[in-house]
Design a protein around this ligand. Structure first.
Ligand SMILES: Nc1ncnc2c1ncn2[C@@H]1O[C@H](COP(=O)(O)OP(=O)(O)O)[C@@H](O)[C@H]1O
Ligand SMILES: [Mg+2]
Length: 420
C-alpha cells in the first residue's frame, strides 16, 4: 500500500517509524514531516490544509491511504474532501464527527445524549453573558471556562477567584480567542488524576490501544505554564482492571455506540481524555486523533502491524484484527528549546544523536539543514522513548540519553512519572 501521513511532530515520527516496518507499506510519504520522518519515508513539502495540493500529490504518487496526524485538517474536512473527490481512504473522522474535538459544546451534548459520565456544564454566548457572570457568582471552588472551538491548546482557563473568572468569561465572549470563543462552556470542576485511553474505530467496532498518561506543564511537580506535553508513560499503574472495565462499560462502548447510532462517519483514532474521581472515570474531552507525546509511548508498545489494522477500517474487518501489545513499560521524555512554551530560539544544531542507546529518538521540532545537520525548528524538539520491565528502568534509559543529546539551551523535565 502507498501511504501518505500528514503532520510534522513526534507523533508523526512514531507513526511513520511503525508503518515503515510493515511489509504492507510499499511506499511512505510524510507531509511536511521532519528530520525524523525523513528516515522512515520521503518528506513532501505540502501545506496540509491545501487539500487540492495534497490531492494532486496523491494522484501523482498513486496514494491509496492518507493517515491524518493532527486535528486541524480533520476539523477542516480533509476526510470529506477525499471521500467526495477520490477513492483514497482517509484515516480520521469527517468534519462533522471531528466536532467531538473541534467543539467542546458539541462533545458535551453528545456525552449527555449518550449518558457518558462527564462534568456538568452550562453554555454561554455573547447574548447570555450576564447570565454567565451571575452563574459564576453561584459557584463554590474553581471555575472551569472553556472556549468552544480550537484555541491552540490555550482555550481552557481554570480560576479560583470569582471576579477573575467573570472577567475571563467576558473577555472570551468578547472575542479573546476569535471565533473559537463565541461560545463558552463553564464546567463543574473535577478533582482527580488524569489519564488517556486510545481506541481505533470504523464507526461501529473498535479496538483498544495501550493507555497512557502525559505531563503537560513545563515545570517539575506539574507547575508552570501548559505545553504541548513534556513526557508520557504507558501503561498507567493506577488504572487497574476494575477501573479499566468501568472505562470500557461507561465510556468507550457508549461512545462508539453513540457514533454508530448517530451515523457519524468516523474511521480513525479516538482519544479519550479521562479523569479518575474517587474510583470512577469521567471524560474531560475527546480528541479525534492520537495525542502527542502519548503516541510516542503507545505506538512502540504495539506489537502488531499497524498498516493492516488501519486498512481494516475500510472493509469491516477491524474486530478480527490482531492488536497485541508488548508488556514492557514505555516512557518518553520530551527535550525542548530553552524558553518554551514562551519565546525560544530555533536553528540550534542537535548533536550526539548517534550516541543514543537502547532508546528510540522521535523527532518533533527538528529539521535537517543543507549541510545534513539536524537543527531545532520548534519548542518541542525530541522525544526519547524507552521500553523496559519497569517504569524506573525505562525512565533511567530515557534520562541517560537525554543527558547525552546536546543542543544550545536544551531543557527537559526530570520528574516524568513522579506521581505514579
Ligand atoms: N471539568 C474539569 N475539572 C478539572 N480540570 C479540568 C476540567 N476540564 C479541564 N480540566 C483541565 O484542563 C485541561 C485542559 O482541558 P481540556 O478539556 O483537555 O482542553 P484542551 O486539551 O482542548 O485544552 C485538562 O487536561 C484538565 O487538566
Ligand atoms: Mg486536553
Amino acid at each position: 500500500m502507498r501511504i501518505l501521513l500528514l503532520g510534522s511532530g513526534g507523533r508523526e515520527h512514531a507513526l511513520s517509524w511503525k508503518m515503515a516496518q510493515s511489509e504492507h507499506c510499499a511506499q511512505l510519504f510524510i507531509a511536511p514531516g521532519n528530520a525524523g520522518t525523513k528516515r522512515c519515508g520521503a518528506n513532501v513539502d505540502l501545506d496540509i490544509k491545501d487539500f487540492k495540493a495534497v490531492h494532486s500529490f496523491c494522484e501523482q504518487e498513486q496514494i491509496e491511504m492518507i493517515v491524518v496526524g493532527p486535528e486541524e485538517p480533520l476539523v477542516l474536512g480533509v476526510q470529506d474532501y477525499f471521500k467526495n473527490n477520490t477513492d483514497i481512504k482517509v484515516v480520521g473522522p469527517n468534519a462533522e464527527a471531528a466536532q467531538l474535538e473541534g467543539s467542546k459544546a458539541y462533545a458535551k451534548e453528545f456525552m449527555f445524549r449518550h449518558k457518558i459520565p462527564t462534568a456538568g456544564y452550562k453554555e454561554f454566548k455573547a447574548d447570555t453573558l450576564q447570565e454567565g457572570v451571575d452563574f459564576i457568582a453561584t459557584i463554590n471552588g474553581p471555575v472551569v471556562l472553556k472556549a468552544d472551538g480550537i484555541a491552540a491548546g490555550k482555550g481552557v482557563v481554570i480560576l479560583e477567584d470569582t471576579a477573575a473568572a467573570q472577567a475571563e468569561l467576558t473577555a472570551m465572549l468578547q472575542g479573546k480567542f476569535g471565533a473559537a470563543s463565541k461560545r463558552v462552556i463553564i464546567e463543574e470542576f473535577l478533582d482527580g488524576i488524569e489519564f488517556s485511553v486510545f481506541a481505533i474505530t470504523d464507526g461501529k467496532d473498535y479496538q483498544l490501544l495501550p493507555i497512557a498518561k502525559d505531563y503537560k506543564r513545563i515545570g517539575e511537580g506539574d507547575k508552570g505554564l501548559n505545553t504541548g506535553g513534556m513526557g508520557a508513560v504507558s501503561p498507567v499503574p493506577f488504572v487497574n482492571d476494575e477501573l479499566m472495565q468501568k472505562v470500557v462499560d461507561r465510556i468507550v462502548e457508549p461512545t462508539i455506540q453513540g457514533i454508530h447510532k448517530e451515523n457519524l462517519d468516523y474511521k480513525g483514532f479516538v482519544f479519550f481524555g479521562l479523569i479518575r474521581v474517587g474510583n470512577d472515570p469521567y471524560v474531560i474531552e475527546y480528541n479525534c486523533r492520537m495525542g502527542d507525546p502519548e503516541t510516542e509511548v503507545v505506538i512502540p508498545r504495539l506489537k502488531s502491524d499497524l498498516v493492516p489494522i488501519l486498512s481494516s477500517l475500510f472493509d469491516g474487518s477491524l474486530s478480527s484484527q490482531q492488536v497485541d501489545f508488548h508488556s514492557d513499560v514505555a516512557t518518553t521524555v520530551m527535550m525542548v528549546s530553552g524558553g518554551y512554551p514562551e519565546a525560544y530560539e530555533k536553528g540550534k544544531v542537535i548533536s550526539n544523536t548517534d550516541q543514543i542507546e537502547k532508546t528510540l529518538p522521535f523527532f518533533a521540532g527538528a529539521q535537517e539543514n543543507e549541510r545534513g545537520e539536524i537543527v531545532t525548528s520548534g519548542g518541542r524538539v525530541l522525544a526519547l522513548t524507552s521500553l523496559a520491565n519497569s517504569m524506573d528502568e525505562a525512565l533511567a534509559l530515557s534520562y541517560q540519553n537525554a543527558d547525552k543529546v546536546m543542543f544550545d539551551k536544551k531543557h527537559y523535565r526530570k520528574d516524568i512519572g513522579f506521581d505514579l
